[in-house]
Design a binder for this molecule. Structure first.
Ligand SMILES: O=P(O)(O)OC[C@H]1O[C@H](O)[C@H](O)[C@@H](O)[C@@H]1O
Length: 430
């Protein structure tokens, strides 16, 4: 995996950063690296996530899921960090086992998924770090009932991934369900390389050891200079650009298989860095499709965006058939992959020509190893950015506020946040 910062330099784009600025920033990167290393050594909350390549036990994950013999499908019931990491992996990689995610409580969507599956051939993985998230527990109760209605022994087809305590652990213990532990010091959005992200991938037959190996390769590259570490290069440059007003970060992979990665990245970046009036708003885009919808804004709208383009340098390709239509002759003999690459490079150039900084991230291939590299590098980039911005990367109090308000409204306790809902101002126009 490599990160190319060429198009963020002020020599490429007048609104970029100078080499001198990056060199000055590198002193702060060294200090931040020391802090991160200390946090990792002491297994501090959050920093512990960067140790997962060596602390996750892939054999234990395989062992836990091995009891489910040859399923057709796996449903992960979870939300946020308890779904997006696993979804990033299973959406990126091919498998004979279909992976689904119940990460919303939209009744129509839940109903339609459950109706479409043979539940006797489906494994259910209920994932909640806290074990208390209302959406996840509600969805699980619905799934459990659907299984019972279909005459399926739900306890036989379900396993639970959760923390030390909480309703979900109680439920797992009551029914003697197989249980994978969520490591204590790892927030959900940093948990893809743990039991949380890897169990669904293991059920789908993916090489979870290779995912961890890729992550370990990026872990080994963390160093006291942004010029020696792809992860820190990305984190430091994103921070430097945010300081210069690039307060949005459009994550734009040129691979459909990485579309969910942008969703995962959005949670990582938003929940970790959006604090104290600071942060960089993640945008989700897909190349080449969104060139034809959003690029106009990225190139000519407010000068407040970093665009991150991601591609794999090797992939399977499809030839474009020759045609005798004059205007289309240039396409014949070429391939869809060549067209995609041309679009990628044209987009970079078009952004630079309009003085819009952008970063190129290249993976060798969309496979287990490269995904491990990418996910670890983005996590480390985020932790570094958090250190440079001096925010508390590993908490999410703003989200907790809304969770308490919703719980109060549903009668799940006395939460003062729920009162604010009743106080809503109205100015209705009909
Ligand atoms: O894993 P859980 O405890 O169910 O949490 C799931 C998600 O819920 C919350 O809203 C947090 O803000 C997220 O960071 C978390 O990933």
């Amino acid at each position: 995996m490599q990160v190319d910062l060429g198009n963020v330099l002020d020599t490429a784009s007048a609104h970029g950063v100078s080499r001198e600025t990056l060199e000055r920033l590198d002193g702060r990167v060294a200090d931040a690296h020391d802090r991160i290393e200390q946090g990792r050594e002491d297994n501090e909350h959050g920093y512990e996530a960067l140790n997962l390549p060596s602390t996750t036990d892939p054999d234990a994950i395989r062992e836990a899921v091995s009891r489910f013999d040859d399923p057709d499908a796996v449903i992960t019931v979870g939300i946020g960090g308890s779904a997006l990491g696993a979804a990033t992996l299973t959406d990126a990689l091919d498998s004979d086992v279909d992976a689904y995610y119940l990460d919303n409580v939209d009744p129509e969507a839940v109903d339609s998924l459950l109706d479409s599956l043979d539940l006797s051939q489906t494994v259910v993985n209920v994932v909640s770090r806290s074990g208390t998230t209302a959406e996840t527990l509600a969805n699980f109760l619905v799934v459990r009932e659907a299984m019972a209605d279909a005459g399926v022994d739900w306890a036989d087809r379900t396993f639970v991934t959760t923390g030390e305590e909480g309703n979900l652990r109680d439920l797992a213990e009551k029914h003697d369900l197989p249980l994978l532990p969520v490591p204590d010091g790892v927030p959900g959005r940093f948990s893809v390389l743990s039991t949380v992200g890897l169990a669904a991938a293991a059920i789908c037959g993916h090489d979870i050891e290779a995912i961890l190996d890729g992550a370990a390769a990026q872990e080994a590259r963390l160093s006291d200079s942004l010029f020696d570490s792809p992860a820190y290069a990305y984190g430091a440059v994103s921070f430097a650009l945010a300081e210069r007003g690039m307060l949005q970060n459009a994550m734009m992979p040129y691979a459909e298989s990485l579309e969910t990665f942008s969703e995962w990245f959005a949670q990582l970046w938003a929940e970790s860095l959006g604090k104290d009036g600071l942060g960089q708003t993640p945008l989700r885009a897909l190349g080449a499709t969104d060139q034809h919808s959003q690029l106009q804004l990225y190139r000519a709208g407010p000068r407040d965006k970093l665009v991150t383009l991601v591609r794999a340098t090797e992939r399977d390709d499809v030839d474009i058939p020759e045609t005798d239509l004059d205007g289309l002759a240039y396409l014949g003999g070429s391939s869809l992959g060549e067209l995609l690459d041309a679009e990628f490079e044209a987009t970079e150039a078009s952004l630079v020509a309009a003085d819009r900084p952008n970063v190129r991230i290249e993976l060798e291939r969309v496979d287990e190893y490269s995904l491990g590299e990418l996910l670890y590098a983005m996590e480390a980039a985020c932790v570094l950015y958090g250190e440079l911005a001096n925010v508390d990367t590993f908490v999410q109090p703003a989200v907790e506020w809304g969770k308490r308000a919703a719980r109060g409204l549903l009668g799940g306790g006395d939460f003062e946040e729920a009162d604010a809902v009743a106080d809503k101002e109205r100015l209705v126009v009909e």
